[in-house]
Design a protein around this ligand. Structure first.
Ligand code: ZN
Length: 103
């Protein structure tokens, strides 16, 4: 009886140990891949952060500033929208401000 119980425990501990070993092997085998994937994602995110917000903002500002404006229009110096001169609420230092911004 004792002999059987001991053998049973040994078998179980062997199985458990081999399961632990294979789990460790899996984890150590997976770890480098997981880390490199995370690093690639971080680099992609950093690239997006560097390009998207700044690039779009600068491009948008340039487009607004080169919009051709007619004689009876002005570009509000606050919201940078082209508006009819009747909407000028204030002019200061050569810059006009629309009624919505000054309103
Ligand atoms: Zn405005």
């Amino acid at each position: 009886m004792n002999q059987v119980a001991t053998d049973y425990d040994e078998v179980r501990s062997d199985v458990k140990e081999s399961q632990d070993n294979s789990l460790e092997a899996l984890q150590s085998a997976n770890a480098p891949d997981a880390r490199s994937v995370v690093r690639e994602l971080d680099e992609a995110d950093a690239l997006d952060d560097a390009v998207t917000p700044g690039g779009e903002f600068v491009a948008e500002e340039l487009v607004v500033q080169v919009v051709p404006q007619a004689q009876d229009e002005f570009t509000c110096y606050s919201c940078f929208l082209v508006r009819h001169r009747s909407q000028i609420a204030r002019e200061k230092d050569g810059h006009a401000y629309c009624t919505e911004c000054e309103g």
